[in-house]
Write a protein that binds this ligand. Structure first.
Ligand code: ZN
Length: 555
């Protein structure tokens, strides 16, 4: 009886204690788990030679990195309201194990593992769908009801740039420019200082209008100005993607990329753009299915990343992006596709090479190269813009997307992959790409397929790769030796690529759902040979963890 009293007293006292000193970390996943997750991401130092830039422009870059650092704080608080407290607790912890928890927390921007469908590794609370954009306990119905009863609130509530909070019994939408006022003021000031210093007129205009946007909450003009950037420095900073808002997909998350332009590669892209019509003409389908009106409103720029922060740095690293998202800007000026070459190179070395070393026979292993991988990635993107888009079916105007419905992405990703090779070969034949590329292109493509397929064939990219892999195996364009290693049959591959391209393009041209479904049923599976290779890849990192030396030069 007495012991019960003591225990009860203890509980009361400890509740009182924790009541005034709230404990933000109550539970943690095992150390093994955390280490395992960290091992999935290979650390990479992203260095970049900037010696060709005038000293003043390097100073500009430093100011931009300083501004970009704010995006980390802003995004961290957008993800979860307890995040700043958890971060502080881990940083101040005397327990050496907590270093690993801190590392993972910083990578994930919160206590949930983005690599494992947001499994919690600190505490056991599931991640709120609305992140910290909405009141944590707000339901979809409550939000919808509010708008039903207050139709005038729709625009501000659904805005990409407002936070929803309760005020007594009411709800209100607070503009980012107000909610994050102090930090955004500091960011705007840094952007203005950089604008003052740079001699790049296009950058000056963008930085000034972006600074205005941070304070006015209106980013339209700066998105327009971003399309015109034409100098050495390329920067993205502010609220952009809405994926973190899993409740509605309305609210934009803060992020930044600070980059320098790779002029040589970007010029090569301009050359490719000149051949868009020729590539369309060369597609292996009848002329009546070709689509010369799609044009390209998506110029390519190749850059090297110096620093990234916020949303884009969380979890898996971005190697290319297409911005801005504002439809009004896309309508007026199109959008810009930016490829981060040094990030791609890092992924190639850390995650891609170990895979091909396992997957390919010696003959082809000797032929793989970053050039082969990079060219195919670029041409994959270019190829999304080629082939049927708007089509006529049963006398009605429609689109491929509408007709192929749920399986459209599988067919379209597969098409972009296959045409990526087909069009690269065309540009080699035209002398746009060097002849040596041919030697590396097919082997690099074959090896690279295992990188997509290891993440599963349920998702569009993986399924698209399974189609190619099994089709080429069936046509003996790929062969597997007794050690389970793959190689490309140079005599058969070109024809197999052309045949598969034709099949995919005709499915799209005719908007033929049944044929698409049949192709998927026939080829989307993991062959025993593929499975054997994938099973050997368990310890290969799935992505990189970038370290930015430039960060150390900022006070
Ligand atoms: Zn794609």
């Amino acid at each position: 009886m007495r012991s019960w009293i003591i225990i009860t007293l203890l509980i009361i006292v400890s509740t009182m204690f924790y009541g005034c000193q709230k404990k933000v970390i109550t539970e943690k996943a095992s150390m093994d788990y955390v280490q395992n997750q960290l091992d999935k991401l290979a650390p990479v130092t992203l260095t970049q030679d900037l010696s060709y830039l005038p000293a003043k422009e390097i100073q500009v870059i430093r100011l931009l990195v300083k501004a970009a650092k704010y995006m980390d704080d802003l995004f961290l608080s957008q993800v979860y309201h307890e995040n700043p407290e958890i971060l502080k607790t881990l940083e101040q912890s005397k327990n050496p194990d907590d270093r690993s928890y801190l590392d993972l927390f910083k990578i994930m921007f919160g206590p949930w593992n983005r690599l494992m469908e947001d499994q919690p590794f600190i505490n056991t609370i599931p991640k709120p769908d609305g992140a910290n954009f909405y009141p944590e306990d707000m339901t979809k119905e409550e939000f919808d009801n509010w708008l039903q009863n207050h139709p005038d609130d729709r625009e501000t509530f659904e805005s990409n740039f407002t936070i929803i909070r309760r005020k007594g019994k009411k709800m209100e939408a607070i503009p980012y420019s107000e909610f994050y006022k102090d930090k955004l003021k500091s960011v705007a000031e840094l952007l203005r200082n950089a604008a003052e210093l740079t001699s790049d007129k296009t950058l000056k205009t963008y930085l000034n209008s972006r600074a205005d946007g941070m304070l006015s909450n209106d980013y339209y003009q700066s998105d327009m100005d971003w399309m015109d950037l034409a100098g050495d420095i390329e920067i993205v900073i502010g609220p952009y993607e809405v994926y973190e808002d899993k409740l509605f997909g309305y609210k934009a998350a803060f992020e930044s990329f600070v980059c320098v332009v790779d002029h040589e590669e970007s010029d090569q892209q301009k050359k490719i753009e000149k051949y868009l019509n020729d590539m369309e003409a060369n597609l292996p389908i009848a002329d009546k299915h070709k689509n010369f009106e799609r044009g390209s409103h998506s110029p390519f720029k190749v850059v090297n990343l110096l620093y990234s922060s916020g949303d884009t740095k969380a979890g898996v690293q971005t190697s290319a992006f297409n911005l801005p998202n504002d439809e009004r800007v896309r309508e007026a000026k199109g959008s810009k596709k930016v490829m981060l070459k040094n990030v791609m190179k890092a992924k190639f070395e850390k995650c891609w090479i170990p895979i091909v070393q396992t997957a390919l026979a010696k003959k082809d292993l000797d032929r793989v190269s970053f050039a082969g991988y990079f060219t195919h990635t670029v041409m994959h993107e270019v190829s999304h813009g080629l082939g049927p888009g708007k089509i006529i079916k049963n006398g009605q105007e429609t689109t491929v997307n509408k007709e192929l419905k749920d399986i459209y992405s599988i067919i379209e990703e597969c098409k972009a992959d296959v045409l990526g090779i087909y069009n690269s070969q065309y540009l080699i034949d035209q002398g746009v790409f060097p002849k040596e590329l041919e030697n590396t292109l097919y082997a690099s493509n074959c090896g690279g397929m295992f990188r997509s397929i290891r993440f599963g064939i349920d998702e569009a990219h993986g399924a698209g790769v399974a189609i190619q892999m099994n089709y080429y195996l069936e046509k003996k364009a790929y062969t597997v030796d007794k050690d389970g290693r793959f190689s490309v049959n140079d005599r058969k591959i070109k024809n197999a690529v052309k045949e598969l391209a034709e099949k995919l393009l005709m499915i799209e041209a005719e908007g033929d759902y049944d044929k698409a479904k049949a192709l998927i049923d026939q080829y989307v599976y993991l062959s025993p040979q593929t499975k054997e290779v994938v099973n050997k890849l368990k310890n290969v990192p799935i992505d990189i963890r970038p370290v930015y030396p430039i960060e150390d030069t900022i006070e």
